[in-house]
Design a protein around this ligand. Structure first.
Ligand SMILES: Nc1ncnc2c1ncn2[C@@H]1O[C@H](COP(=O)(O)OP(=O)(O)OP(=O)(O)O)[C@@H](O)[C@H]1O
Ligand SMILES: [Mg+2]
Length: 292
């Protein structure tokens, strides 16, 4: 089992350490200390295999994320370890969007989708956009819906006004299920792309569809290579958006092929605010299940 980078251990003096995940280029721990709870992330390079080429940038991701968090005034500690960089950031307790919406994906579920969580996620992304940043890696697992606040995590690829050159590295796209066509096209043609707020809006639309229905928007086999997935995102078949109510036209607009066809995140928040208010009125009249 991987253990905390020694410098992170020394900086935090933990009373409890729990491994959260360890996969391709990154390890995350949930660390309890006398001062509170932290997420510690350590990056290391991905070696080449027959399925993918080497990806040295993953070693630098926690260091880059620390710089973005610091620019957002989030308390963060960072350093290096034998294989790369690490950071320690505040731990956010709560389910992520994919976990929270599991009940909508159960076979036979016809439960109307509550707008409150969708609105929370859109507001979290709107906060980031309002400061002039683009997240670059929006996906359902990156929204943690805490009791106090919804947090948009994993700022390792976030682009904006203030990333110091010594921690920066080129953006090579994100999880392809959530990648906008113009990003996929650029990665296919040049190997890199530029995160944008319009691509984030597409990714939020794809995330809401995935969390609600468990379906990728673009059709490709589960075992398709990254390049084949991106080719389908650029040229391939889109699925129907199988959600009802106000979410249907909103997701249709957010998932528009061209960036200019998509609403801004401010417009998304406005639409969801109206939809949420409508559900609350229906709930008050006993027409919608659950208190909203
Ligand atoms: N600040 C945090 N608070 C709570 N949990 C966190 C936090 N940061 C990360 N995690 C947990 O660790 C997981 C991985 O974190 P993150 O996405 O930031 O790392 P990653 O290396 O980019 O992984 P991935 O390749 O899956 O995106 C998250 O999905 C979440 O479960
Ligand atoms: Mg991540």
């Amino acid at each position: 089992m991987p253990s905390l980078p020694p410098a992170a251990h020394d900086a935090l003096n933990p009373s409890e350490v729990r491994l959260v995940m360890d996969r391709r280029g990154s390890t995350v721990w949930d660390v309890t200390t006398a001062d509170g709870r932290y997420a510690v992330k350590a990056g290391y390079p991905i070696e080449a295999t027959e399925h993918w080429s080497a990806q040295p940038w993953t070693a630098h991701a926690p260091g880059r994320e620390a710089a973005v968090l610091a620019a957002m005034n989030t308390p963060v500690t960072t350093g290096t370890w034998a294989s790369g960089t690490w950071n320690a950031q505040p731990w956010h307790e709560g389910p992520d969007l994919q976990q929270l919406w599991e009940r909508y994906r159960l076979p036979g579920s016809a439960e109307p989708i509550r707008m409150d969580a969708a609105l929370e996620c859109a507001r979290a992304l709107a906060d980031l956009h309002a400061r002039g940043w683009a997240h670059g890696d929006v996906q359902p697992a990156h929204f943690i819906l805490g009791l106090d606040k919804t947090h948009l995590i994993d700022l390792a690829l976030t682009a904006g006004p203030d990333v110091p050159a010594d921690v920066d590295f080129p953006y090579r796209g994100c999880l392809v299920h959530y990648e906008a066509p113009e990003i996929s096209r650029s990665v296919l043609e040049t190997g890199t792309a530029m995160p944008t707020q319009a691509a984030d809006v597409y990714a939020l639309g794809a995330s809401l569809l995935m969390a609600a229905r468990g379906r990728r928007y673009v059709v490709y086999p589960d075992d398709a290579s990254r390049a084949d997935q991106r080719t389908e995102v650029v040229h391939g078949v889109r699925r129907s958006i199988n959600v009802e109510g106000p979410l249907h036209p909103l997701l249709t607009a957010m998932l528009a092929y061209t960036p200019r066809g998509r609403p801004t995140i401010t417009e998304v928040v406005e639409e969801l605010t109206g939809a949420h208010a409508g559900q609350s009125r229906s709930a008050a009249r006993g027409m919608f299940p659950g208190s909203v």
